[in-house]
Design a protein around this ligand. Structure first.
Ligand code: FMN
Length: 191
């Protein structure tokens, strides 16, 4: 697969880090593009942000990359975490940076674009921008963890979101907790 992983200045660098760790960049072509604010937030939130071997990182203003053109065939793009600022820019059709242009290309080419916003609460502006992206064909997958897998660490909590992103990419994690798979019948079923 050929993938673009993009990050912006929303809280949640751990989602980006955990996603990159769970995609085999030797088996897939993985491009990483981070906004300036994403780098700032990463420095705030993690002791060390690591780009795994094989992942190709490009600057957000570098338009000399394949994924800003519809002629280059890519399979999926994830914006994780996605700020409401970038979400609004994508919804408006802005293509000013490589990150924004790539999202615009994925929408126009009807390729999989997965937006992982992290903001709370939402204004009506946020909700309308999300609706616009849904209408344009994006998958909006909010960074909202689940707890029925009984996560034991912050990384486990983050993985409940990362597993849903991997499912959407068609790269399901063998570690993903799936309802009823792990424990068999639930207590309620047995009653
Ligand atoms: C520590 C920190 C955390 C932030 N968290 C969020 C957030 O969770 N969601 C959001 O939409 N913006 C958040 N912001 C604001 C964005 O970084 C800001 O809107 C920025 O302009 C986004 O730029 P970008 O989308 O180009 O990365 C945060 C900013 C800082 C400094």
């Amino acid at each position: 697969m050929k993938l673009v992983i993009a990050a912006t200045g929303a809280s949640g660098t751990i989602y980006l880090q955990r996603l990159l760790m769970q995609i085999d960049a030797t088996a897939h072509e993985v491009h990483l593009v981070m906004s300036g604010h994403a780098k700032q937030v990463a420095a705030q939130e993690l002791d060390e942000f690591t780009v795994p071997p094989g992942v190709m990182q490009q600057g957000e203003n570098n338009l000399n990359v394949p994924y800003v053109s519809g002629s280059a065939r890519f399979d999926g793009m994830v914006v994780v975490p996605c700020s409401m600022a970038t979400l609004g820019r994508i919804a408006s059709g802005s293509g000013e940076t490589a990150l924004l242009r790539a999202a615009d290309v994925f929408l126009k080419e009807r390729r999989k674009l997965i937006i992982v916003p992290r903001e709370t609460p939402w204004s009506l502006v946020h909700a309308r921008n999300v609706a616009t992206l849904l209408e344009a064909g994006a998958v909006v997958l909010p960074a909202i963890p689940s707890f029925y897998s009984r996560p034991q660490s912050v990384a486990d909590v983050a993985d409940t979101v990362v597993w849903r992103i991997l499912d959407q990419l068609g790269l399901p994690s063998a570690r993903a907790f799936r309802w009823k798979d792990a424990a068999g019948d639930t207590e309620q079923d047995r009653r």
